[in-house]
Design a protein around this ligand. Sequence first.
Ligand code: CA
Length: 405
Amino acid sequence: MPAAAGSSFDADNLPYGVFVQESSPSTPPRLGVRIGSHVVDVAGLATSSYDGDARPLTAGGLAPLMAAGPGVWGTVRSWLQQLLTDPAAEAVVVPHLVPLSEVTMRLPFEVADYVDFYASLDHASNVGRILRPDGEPLMPNWRHLPVGYHGRAGTVVVSGADVRRPCGQRKPPEAEVPVFGPSTRLDVEAELGFVVGVPSTPGSPVGTAAFGSHVFGVVGVNDWSARDIQAWEYVPLGPFLGKSFATSVSAWVTPLAALAGARTHLPGQDPQPLDYLRVDEPAGYDIAVEVELNGEVVSRPPYASMYWSPAQMLAHLTVNGASLRTGDLFASGTISGPDPSQRGSLLELSWGGREPFHAGGRERTFLEDGDEVVLRYSAPGALGRIALGEVRGRILPADLAGHHR
Ligand code: CA
């Protein structure tokens, strides 16, 4: 049945993605929406049964719909929900259903700019304790603004893409001078990403109350991180090559409307932030995350524990007048909860590599070649729990042959 009642991808979820059918790989990628274990070919369905302007649905990718704004987002979602839950519409829908097993998912949108925040109090505190055990865990600015940096949009890849172990310059603590070679401290960062649909005007900040007017939806994010490269290079300008080799996102973009039932209050902010960062509650999202290493769950970070809300991240990102483009992606930073079982990076799970954790029946610290990491996300929906798109990636050995003058 199209409605997929009881599935975590039921008619109250309806994430968007871009797919090609494996039986016709030369046809252009098309916009799809996931229902149960099928993809609805939205362009095909729209051509036969959408009353409004179907161009945002038939243009190919997701960007035209993302750019169309909240009015169109709501209309399209209602149209899909009506068709997918009305038994009388089954004959209209079924010809446009494609089994997931017969499609390949593409990157759902071209990433315009990519920004990564650092919004978890527990993650920031853990990293501070690991890297600066004798100092204050948090920098003086941390509780006053959502700290972030601009990442590399062009290396954002879709779930399922392999990730090659990066090489780079690093300086082991005992070494006098830096060395070059494959990262030996390759890590994951379990994050949530927010996808901008509606652009903004240069010079005009986007306030916290305008979050829902610009942000189309949510993706899962794995911000792969080479801790040894990062540790040597990051002073004083922040993350660079230790992060920019790859960032994986889910193939599915969950619309904000599907997460209405997941809204929750922030854990609390002290001190009160400046006026431009004030936010109407509930501003947080109750999304459960699982970090799976080679098929075994090694951590369960709770997104509800995040200190800064996505609306505050967006307001801070634009407060200087920097404008938004369709396809901008901003991620939360590593999600970690207060409990050791809720740490969203191997850096934290192994406490800097000094306290190995157990997985696969042995002691583990950082990623090994061949490891596969899957991030899974779920949230309360209107009827039952809904799933967000998973983020899957496998580590390939470093390309040593590529390094010669
Ligand atoms: Ca990150």
